[in-house]
Design a protein around this ligand. Sequence first.
Ligand code: SAM
Length: 246
Amino acid sequence: MSVFGTTRDGLNRALRHFGVQVVRGHSDDPAIQPFLSARKTLTAARRAGISVEDYIDRYSAAPGATAESVDALLRLADLGEHVERVCEIGAGSGRYAARVIAATHPGTYEIYETAADWLPRLRSLPNAAVRPTDGHTLSATATESVDLVHAHKLFVYIPLVVAIGYIDEMARVVRPGGTVAFDVVNEDCLDDAMTKHWVSSRATIYGMISRSWLLDRLAQRGLSLLGGHFVPLSGGRTELLVFRRA
Ligand SMILES: C[S@@+](CC[C@H](N)C(=O)[O-])C[C@H]1O[C@@H](n2cnc3c(N)ncnc32)[C@H](O)[C@@H]1O
């Protein structure tokens, strides 16, 4: 096995409990962080006789977590049964997309995703529009055009500056009255147990963002917090933050 393969497998053993896995990437850009292999994940879910959502929830030691997060988002945002346009960054397997689409029946569901192997599955979602993804921006989305822009388990492991750039982009594309939602690890998540887990499992890819700093930055862009909801990240938790644009 190559040095990359040996290192990757060791890292993956450590990361398994966080629900994230490193796979061979297609880019040297540090902004673009690979995810679970689509082929392996879909095969494993099929063999287990369960949906991909259930498989990833179970793999992450958090059964029911996807449904719980989407329910919290919909409850806090109060979106109703139809929205015109939704945008998701880092949709991966599409487990959140499928639930949001089923609940809000958007006319267009824009997707930014850097992992090419998941795109066929994402393209098959109702009204999905996969956008060219440079790993940093929402350049194919017009300013003030979307009702909801969201991201899950992405800003916990991409470089801080890339996450901030995306959050600024979310503030740009959301329409007045629209919703921005994403989860991060902040100071309310990173308690002693989680910190110990990170250190002992050498989970070097994760990072924390200050909650108050984020709230101030978003407030400067006209976004106020509707509420937060803790989401399991095995070995700890993230906080899903939901904002409304004035
Ligand atoms: C940890 S996974 C989470 C996937 C999905 N949101 C979920 O929770 O199941 C992060 C996803 O973001 C994608 N990704 C990584 N870096 C990205 C970037 N810079 N821009 C857009 N997507 C990215 C990965 O390919 C992966 O699908």
